[in-house]
Design a protein. Structure first.
Length: 230
């Protein structure tokens, strides 16, 4: 059962320029995704899908392959991750390679580890899921979320929970945006990253961090250092 790791890393990045190869604690951030994918020992191929020659050079330096460059069509702001995955799978078919399983690992995900990848694949295979990906618990109940109305005043999204104790509310989670481990045929057929036969692994708050702004980057580096010390 052949498996491929696909790391999508286009050259364009608006909020953090050259984000995918920006130095994260001494090495390009994409290196963490590549190294974890290689270290886990699951994949027959660890590839980077990019439209950028410098990213391709860095990817190869850390052990990934870049057998072809991403098309212009799938390198703009509107191309989805599924579009990129479908293109990669098609290009590999054209050179005679097919894969049963794939894992799309984002390039700015330094918290991805070989252990978490192995855990996800084990769950995917054991329970015959279409996809498994990491989630994290919201630190405060979303049922008590507030918003600012048109008059500049605070109001609740769900006023009925105003007097409900937080410990009595159902827990909620969100996708941490690190990776998706999936059956190739199921995701290509569904044309979306997860189906109604999808499961999860749960991470701690310390194991995840969205990185959209420089302040997020600095916080991620702090978290990573703490994890390494532990």
């Amino acid at each position: 059962m052949s498996k491929i790791a696909i790391i999508p890393a286009r050259g364009g990045s608006k909020r953090i320029p050259r984000k995918n190869i920006k130095s994260f604690l001494g090495k390009p951030i994409i290196a963490y995704s590549i190294e974890s994918a290689i270290k886990c020992g699951l994949f027959d191929e660890v590839m980077v899908s990019t439209d950028d020659k410098e990213i391709a050079r860095v990817a190869r330096e850390y052990g990934a392959v870049v057998p072809f460059f991403r098309t212009v069509k799938n390198s703009n702001d509107f191309a989805t991750t599924v579009d990129v995955i479908a293109e990669v799978i098609t290009e590999y078919k054209n050179i005679g390679k097919e894969f049963c399983y794939a894992c799309c690992i984002y390039p700015c995900a330094p918290f991805v580890t070989d252990i978490r990848l192995q855990e996800s694949f084990s769950k995917l295979e054991k329970h015959n899921y279409d996809c498994v990906f990491p989630i994290v618990r919201f630190s405060f109940p979303i049922q008590r979320a507030v918003k600012i109305n048109t008059n500049g005043m605070i109001e609740m999204f769900e006023p009925r929970y105003m007097q409900t104790r937080s410990q009595d509310l159902e827990s909620s989670f969100h996708d941490v945006g690190q990776f998706y481990f999936f059956k190739v045929d199921k995701i290509i057929e569904a044309e979306k990253l997860w189906t109604n036969n999808t499961s999860f692994i749960e991470l701690t708050q310390l194991e995840s961090q969205d990185i959209d702004h420089i302040s997020d980057w600095e916080l991620a580096e702090m978290k990573y250092k703490i994890l390494q010390e532990k």
